[in-house]
Design a protein around this ligand. Sequence first.
Ligand SMILES: Cc1ncc(COP(=O)(O)O)c(C=O)c1O
Length: 401
Amino acid sequence: MSQHAVKPTTPSQVPEPRANRWPRPTFDQTLISRPWLNPEALDYAREVLESGWWGAGPVTLDLQKLMEQHYRQEQNALATNSCTSALHLALICAGVGPGDEVIVPSLTYVSTAIGAIYCGAEVVFADVDPDRLVLTAETVERVLSPRTKAIMPMHYAGPANDFGPIRELVAGRGITVVEDAAHAFGSKLDGRMVGSDAEFCCLSFAPTKQIASSSGGILLYKDAARRDEINQRAFLGLAVDTYGRTMAKGVSPVAHVARIGHKYKIDDLAAAVAYGSVEKMADTVAYRAKLVDRYYERLANVSGLQLLPRAANQETSWYIMTIRVADEAIRDRLRAHLADQKIGNTVHYPSLKEQPAFQACRGEIPVTTRESRRLISLPLHEGVPLHEVDRICDVVATFLR
Ligand SMILES: Cc1ncc(COP(=O)(O)O)c(C=O)c1O
């Protein structure tokens, strides 16, 4: 261990940041999210910085292998510099281009939809199931058209969903299903990792996420024969990336541009922190599940409040703790009250179709419009102790009484 390593911590004992030369704002509230830096991740990051190789290299390759092991070799992994870039890359691989339509939920982060725009395609919004808040085969079917080229269901809040019925709906029609699992890193359905059956599935290491780094993502892809193509598309179209050329025996090959690509690979520094987070995934998932259990226990009998359903066949890596209240007016008043009580809170998400950049997009989303106005997300991360969950629940219950 390096002499600078911090003392080992367990979740909920996150060390306070040291005073340093870049003063950060101090927060006088329980934050909605906060990354957990485990000591090994810090060691790995230091090792990379001291190694002299900071770009995509050995750590990136190892991170990809680790992810493939987690997926029991049922998926191939490419580590990207964000989930946003992984989603865009998946659409490029699906051949999405001008004139095509891409079906996405409106109850999602802008990243789910933006890749379609980057490809010159049109975004079409499908509605969500009122309980689980995710796309279904029925809601997708309502907006399918001869121009549909891809569908991007998103695993909302963390629970892993079976999007098989969506795949079956479009089988044999040249339509690719790309799962956005940015919320669900580490979640399982029937004992299998989220997105195990997907042609493409994208994960996020964003600092707000449960399995975090400074930035990063994973593109999971089924077809191992596409490995070279996908690696090239993620590294400026170069036949062999910088690390591969440097490691080549003899005279190092010069850059050969095989196709047009993007600069979307992760770097070894971000990959090192991500690697440390993936190694500690079981601890993260368990601690967050404990917090969510407590929230559910304390909020179960509060009237005027709805929780997301939980199913016996799901082992969930929770990203957010979402509640729904009766309507928008109560929601906004409760949000203000929580802020007064120093409880961070937010909305995942205001409907995308109501945003200026997406208003013109086609869609049919009455459930999303209604539900997005009732949502509040409460603090959920390793720095939240159980007694703080109790306090938050008391504040919510007293307000709604
Ligand atoms: C649903 C969803 N998709 C995609 C992303 C993009 O992830 P990243 O920040 O890694 O690009 C996010 C990030 O918050 C997200 O919530």
